[in-house]
Design a protein around this ligand. Structure first.
Ligand code: DLL
Length: 432
């Protein structure tokens, strides 16, 4: 258990005062010590002295994922190499990935955020938590691992894949909670059934901590009924550390710890704040991050915010379920994939043509990605072996760029759809 009532239930006015102080010192620090932020603030005509109240945050310029790509890998870090203790890496919008650095204090705030979150869904030191998010460059595994350990729970660090073994371990080690993507949870349910195991009756599983991709209330109901668990939504993005916030047992939105992040919902077109409770683009300022502070980071996720006090007593604002994206990012098995990355990878192979289609579907509860691409006329051959080699090469290239397996279909030159006006290259057949 990790319960900090003085912070988690503090009066909203005190919380705002604390956020203002944190914001002010962050802005001074960045203006004084970071060339990037200094220049950004000068270009926007704002000086740290202009931040006189919390709502003055809107005077500050926005940040976007492209700022990380343009400053690859670490040009806007605000910690020295000696201070850095970890990197995580996530998909960028084109060729270059996004690198996030952490100091020891950054890891500590991340851990605290998740320890509070896991406590808010009722997990304690008596729980056995199976972490089936990827460990490694993805943030899900290690983030939840340390959060769960901080509450004194016992962690089974299974990472993703090898589903039958996961189910055996879940049974043998009596896992009571599992952390994974909602689609992997459903897949596990199906595999278990095939193994003659009912997750409901033959395991101790009672809680799912499910996120990293969009899912719906309908899916939650189905999962709670079929698998006999309480399914909780967890949210975060690598740019802001990784998984950070969950719903509490009320299941009414993610508690965004206000001493950690300042949340705004803005109109994606104008950048202006939307009316309270209205939907818009989630925008966050991480108030405490040392290595890579993100100021007014436009995350691209569409949602709304409720600033009312939650029935659980926590006073920090709640962000509602994510209902979409303002851009074209796809999430395939929990991994972010931008159509622009696929295009970039394909166009680096001279033997493929300029036309391609991306088809996404869900089979046995797992996302599938099919990339259909025309062969360049000069590379087209009747020889099956040539085509097989090219197909393997394209699949290998996509795998190395996306970190996700894609099925590849080669098409004859001139056979894929042409578009007048905006191309519609992505067909997403998944239903939430
Ligand atoms: O997905 C971090 C994470 C790990 C969150 C484990 C939850 C659990 P990224 O790979 O950077 O980080 O992807 C972030 O995934 O902007 C959303 O579009 C989407 N996303 C994450 N959680 C949810 C969720 C991790 N609960 C991007 N519902 C975000 C809907 C989600 N979308």
């Amino acid at each position: 258990m990790f319960w900090e009532p003085k912070i988690e239930t503090m009066p909203v006015e005190d919380l705002h005062r604390m956020q203002y102080k944190l914001l002010k010192s962050l802005v001074y620090r960045l203006y004084s010590f970071s060339e990037f932020y200094h220049r950004r603030m000068e270009d926007a005509g704002v000086h740290p002295d202009d931040i006189r109240m919390l709502s003055d945050v809107k005077k500050l310029p926005f940040m976007f994922k492209r700022d990380l790509r343009d400053n690859y890998p670490d040009k806007i870090f605000t910690a020295t190499p000696e201070e850095l203790v970890r990197y995580h890496v996530s998909s960028g919008t084109t060729g270059k990935p996004t690198v996030v650095g952490y100091t020891a204090n950054d890891l500590e705030s991340w851990t605290v955020s998740l320890a509070r979150a896991l406590t808010s869904i009722g997990l304690t030191s008596r729980d056995v938590v199976q972490v089936s998010y990827g460990y490694g460059l993805f943030t899900g595994g290690l983030g939840l691992h340390y959060g769960a350990e901080r509450i004194g729970a016992t962690v089974i660090p299974t990472s993703v894949g090898n589903t039958e073994r996961q189910i055996e371990l879940m049974q043998d080690l009596k896992a009571t909670a599992i952390c994974c993507t909602p689609s992997y949870m459903l897949h596990m349910g199906e595999v278990a059934e095939k193994m003659g195991i009912s997750l409901q009756k033959d395991t101790q599983l009672r809680v799912g901590v499910l996120g990293a991709e969009p899912w719906s209330e309908r899916m939650r109901t189905r999962m709670q009924e079929d698998l006999g668990i309480r399914a909780y939504d967890i949210y975060g993005t690598s740019e802001l550390s990784g998984p950070l916030f969950t719903e509490c047992t009320e299941q009414k939105g993610f508690h965004v710890w206000g001493d950690f992040a300042l949340t705004e919902i803005v109109d994606p077109q104008t950048g202006e704040p939307v009316a309270p409770g209205e939907k818009g683009e989630l925008t966050m300022t991480i108030l405490k991050k040392e290595a890579l502070p993100m100021v007014r980071f436009r995350i691209g996720d569409v949602t709304s915010m409720d600033e009312g006090v939650c029935a659980c007593g926590r006073t920090h604002p709640r962000v509602m379920r994510i209902t979409g994206r303002v851009d074209d990012m796809l999430i395939i098995r929990g991994i972010n994939v931008f159509p622009s990355q696929i295009e970039h990878a394909l166009m680096s192979i001279p033997q493929v043509g300029k036309h391609f289609m991306i088809e996404v579907d869900r089979k046995m509860e797992l996302d599938t990605l099919l990339v259909r691409v025309e062969v360049a006329p000069e590379a087209f051959s009747d020889k099956i072996t040539d085509l097989m080699n090219l197909k393997a090469m394209v699949a290998g290239k996509l795998r190395s760029v996306l970190n996700v397996n894609a099925d590849v279909e080669l098409a004859e030159p001139g056979t894929l759809p042409r578009f007048e006006g905006k191309a519609k290259r992505v067909i997403d057949r998944r239903k939430l």
